[in-house]
Design a protein around this ligand. Structure first.
Ligand code: HPA
Ligand code: ZN
Length: 365
């Protein structure tokens, strides 16, 4: 089996994808027409043949990303966005997804919180029923907005705990450290939400932010976070607590000068629960298979290690134990079928123990 077919056939989990980052130019055009709205400027600058957006780092990316969301108005729009992404994920053999969304990107322009969540929830239910794919939502706070606005958003989310399993932190990291939101995450944990947060690549004070996320906020996962490779102490804490990293090679290659393959592989070989994900696929032009392939083609990662990345993903996903065991078994069967039984002592990477999220039973679990 060639490498793209091997990656494509592998059962996978997607833990770092922003629903708003799945808004393709063609869906955005459809929604603008349906809602009788003008196209946002960066979208109208794109031709229909698929020219690319202009951005070169996180800040300039976000300047394109947020204005495009103006075409999302009704619950049906949000449902369509979720269905479009989940259909693509299903076609790439993704079995389970945990989907980030940014409610403040919508409430700040007058779209009510329930319109957003009920829409995404309806889309997830349609995809679950028609495709059998498993999915849940992670609500992200915008870190360049105030902690008070984040707390108010957390309060808005309380009636929706059946579908929102955790909270995260995204948008522009510069001058917006995790500690700014310590009280919000403390309350979120009290309310039973699991916690993840972006520690973006090569940010100013990146190790301080990682340390705050891991030790002060006690995050259950970190999104990106590959700069942790610079700190043996933080790696030791991460491993001891079983915290996983959701890495996104293509996104890295677009917002920084490098896809960080060497760092991802180094962490994997040190036993950190790293995973590979797609981040904002409509903008970065790569879903999970293309991200796995980017890592595989740019490093000497072995096929067994590619499977280990997915074993990590199912292990750190926020699903019930029985669902996790089912997915892990399916992955082991795939490994036996494609690579045979592993010779004793041949693999450098140990099977990750189930950890954070073990007791969590989410909608559809
Ligand atoms: N980093 C921060 N905020 C984001 C990202 C990201 O990679 N994608 C969408 N919002
Ligand atoms: Zn992200």
């Amino acid at each position: 089996m060639d490498l793209p077919s091997f990656i494509s056939a592998m059962p996978k989990a997607e833990l770092h994808v922003h629903l708003e980052g799945c808004l393709t130019p063609s869906l955005a055009r459809q929604l603008a027409r349906r809602n009788s709205l003008p196209l946002p400027p960066s979208l109208s600058a794109l031709d229909e043949t698929g020219s690319t957006y202009a951005f070169h780092d996180l800040t300039t990316f976000l300047q394109v990303y947020y204005p495009n969301l103006s075409v999302l108005q009704t619950s049906q729009d949000f449902a369509d966005l979720a269905i479009t992404y989940l259909s693509k994920a299903h076609a790439q053999n993704v079995k389970h997804c945990e989907l980030f969304f940014d409610p403040q990107a919508h409430t700040s322009r007058g779209v009510p919180f329930p319109t957003v969540v009920r829409g995404y929830q309806a889309g997830i239910h349609v995809a679950q029923r028609s495709l059998g794919i498993s999915a849940s939502l992670i609500m992200c706070f915008l870190r360049d907005q105030s902690a008070e606005y984040a707390m108010a958003t957390l309060m808005d989310s309380l009636p929706f705990k059946d579908i929102i399993i955790g909270v995260g932190l995204d948008s522009d990291e510069r001058d917006n450290p995790p500690s700014k939101f310590a009280a919000v995450f403390q309350r979120a944990a009290k309310e039973g939400f699991l916690i993840t947060m972006h520690c973006d690549i090569d940010q100013p004070n990146t190790l301080t932010h990682l340390s705050q996320a891991i030790t002060e906020i006690q995050a259950d996962r970190i999104d990106h976070g590959t700069n942790i490779v610079e700190s043996p102490e933080l790696i030791a804490t991460l491993k001891q607590r079983g915290v996983g990293l959701t890495c996104c090679p293509i996104s890295n290659s677009i917002v920084t000068a490098d896809f960080k393959g060497a760092e991802i592989l180094s962490l994997l070989r040190q036993g950190v629960r790293v995973t590979v994900n797609s981040d904002d696929p409509a903008y970065f032009r790569g879903y999970i298979n293309e991200n796995m392939l980017k890592l595989a083609e740019g490093t000497d990662v072995t096929r067994r290690e590619l499977i280990q990345l997915q074993r990590n993903a199912f292990s750190i996903s926020w699903i019930s134990s029985w669902k996790r065991n089912h997915f892990l078994q399916t992955l082991s069967e795939f490994e036996r079928k494609t690579l045979g039984l592993e010779e004793e002592g041949a693999g450098e990477v140990k099977e990750a123990e189930p950890g954070v999220g073990d007791e969590v039973v989410v909608n559809g679990a």
